[in-house]
Ligand binder design. Structure first.
Ligand SMILES: [Fe+2]
Ligand SMILES: [Fe+2]
Length: 262
């Protein structure tokens, strides 16, 4: 039977698909790390308490990138080029979601509005990251090679999501509620579309590598389209709600140690 678990198992069992999976993941994580490091450097004076948390957020994402690369190395594999159509982070940025890299490359301080944009973008993408890692944790928490990495990254992504809720609620109380709701909605609607397109592209590559028969590839593509329909109708709302998280000040300390993978 075709399940999420059997699908991932198949991807993990083959060197070529595993290399592509880890390379895509590592690239997304390290782009996130760079973005956060730049945002931390450009935080406006009025939001400077946020800077260490943004730095920690970036340090976590960089760490995740290194973890995915270490998983490759452990298996004796090299990273492979990331096909542009599978580059989720880049496609979001190109789609005008979050802060533009051109802006982050300049040395001009950001505005509070920019911080709202950053946090709303993170609220939506960290929801995705948290859900994906929870799924991997559900199936592979006890996997001899991946278990530790998956558990650690999943815990970090839950922290990132909690932090976004907490900081957006703080800014909403400070009078930015309407802008936050509008920005969250725009981000979520764009994200679900880009996530669908990236999922289709990733699955097309995996299908070629793993020699999936046409009906299997078609079934998977249909599943991705159905997921998009659900998210467009109702699911997107889960990405824009704000509630006080159980974990408070989740990014208040330094980044945790890296798991030993080699
Ligand atoms: Fe991450
Ligand atoms: Fe994250």
């Amino acid at each position: 039977m075709l399940t999420a678990k059997s699908l991932f198992q198949e991807i993990l069992d083959n060197d070529e698909s595993f290399a592509l999976f880890c390379s895509i993941a590592a690239s997304g994580e390290s782009q996130g790390g760079w973005e956060n490091a730049r945002i931390a450097a450009l935080v406006p004076e009025t939001e400077r308490d946020l800077a260490p948390k943004i730095t920690r957020h970036g340090a976590d994402e960089d760490k995740h990138g290194r973890i995915f690369n270490a998983l490759l190395k452990k298996r004796g594999l090299d990273p492979v080029p990331v096909p542009p159509e599978t580059d989720y982070t880049m496609l979001l940025e190109r789609g005008g979601i979050g802060l533009a890299h051109d802006q982050l490359k300049r040395e001009e301080p950001l505005t509070v509005q920019d911080i709202v944009t950053y946090l709303a973008h993170s609220r939506v993408t960290e929801q995705r990251a948290s859900e994906q890692m929870r799924m991997l944790r559900k199936y592979f928490a006890d996997h001899p090679d991946l278990g530790r990495a998956v558990r650690m990254i999943s815990n970090d992504e839950d922290n990132h999501l909690a932090y976004c809720h907490e900081e957006l609620l703080r800014l909403a109380r400070a009078g930015h509620g309407r802008t936050i709701q509008r920005t969250l909605r725009e981000c979520a609607l764009a994200e679900i579309r880009i996530y669908r397109d990236v999922s289709l592209a990733v699955m097309a590559h995996m299908g070629r590598i793993l020699g999936w028969p046409r009906p299997k590839a078609a079934l998977l593509a249909a599943g991705i389209h159905a997921m998009y329909v659900y998210e467009r109708l109702a699911g997107w709302r889960r990405m824009v709600s704000l509630r006080t998280p159980a974990r408070r000040n989740a990014l208040g300390g330094p980044a945790g140690p890296e798991p030993e993978l080699a």
